[in-house]
Design a protein around this ligand. Sequence first.
Ligand SMILES: Cc1cc2nc3c(=O)[nH]c(=O)nc-3n(C[C@H](O)[C@H](O)[C@H](O)COP(=O)(O)O)c2cc1C
Length: 189
Amino acid sequence: MRILSEDFVSLKRRFYVLLHPRLTVLITTYCGGDKYNVMPCSWHTPVSWGPNLILVVIDKENFTHECIMNTKEFVVNVIDDTYLNKIMKLTVHGKRVDKFKRVGIETIKAKYVKAPIIKDALGYLEAKVYKTVDLEEETIFIGEVLHAAMRKDVYYKGGWNYNNARLIFHHWDNYFIKLDPKSFTEAPE
Ligand SMILES: Cc1cc2nc3c(=O)[nH]c(=O)nc-3n(C[C@H](O)[C@H](O)[C@H](O)COP(=O)(O)O)c2cc1C
């Protein structure tokens, strides 16, 4: 058996921090009737170009899980650092709370799904569930991207304009990383 060198710390249940920081997004959902919901999420990634697919990992206890299970759709909203003082207020179960109202988040209608788009999001992806992977505590929702758009003022040459897009990255718990636009760099060929 290999013995962990003194140079390493065993992360155990916190294994995932090795793969952080991760872009912080808000998942919005339609939950039937006149109910909508929003939750912060950092376990997400693009997974395919044929068709265009993304995935989000959602804990089965979250209300968002119930909403996506019922409606089979969701929106991924990319937010900026103005959300740092709101983000932890969104980590309550949304069933009996209107988090949009409580935290002061305005929404607009999406084009292809009933889940709303956050009005001041820097960009968003409208997705419908393509496949689900059932885990013990979470479900991986693989979503087909029906529409993806980025605000013009944060767009530059095919990607983000980091001078205007103050993205926030999730370290862990309630710690975040703000991106310094000066850290943008190009790797040599
Ligand atoms: C920055 C951040 C990232 C999070 N990422 C995830 C995630 O990827 N998946 C998840 O299920 N919960 C994640 N959570 C926790 C949920 O946001 C939290 O459980 C929330 O209360 C769920 O809301 P809901 O029950 O209204 O859906 C994250 C929380 C924070 C603050």
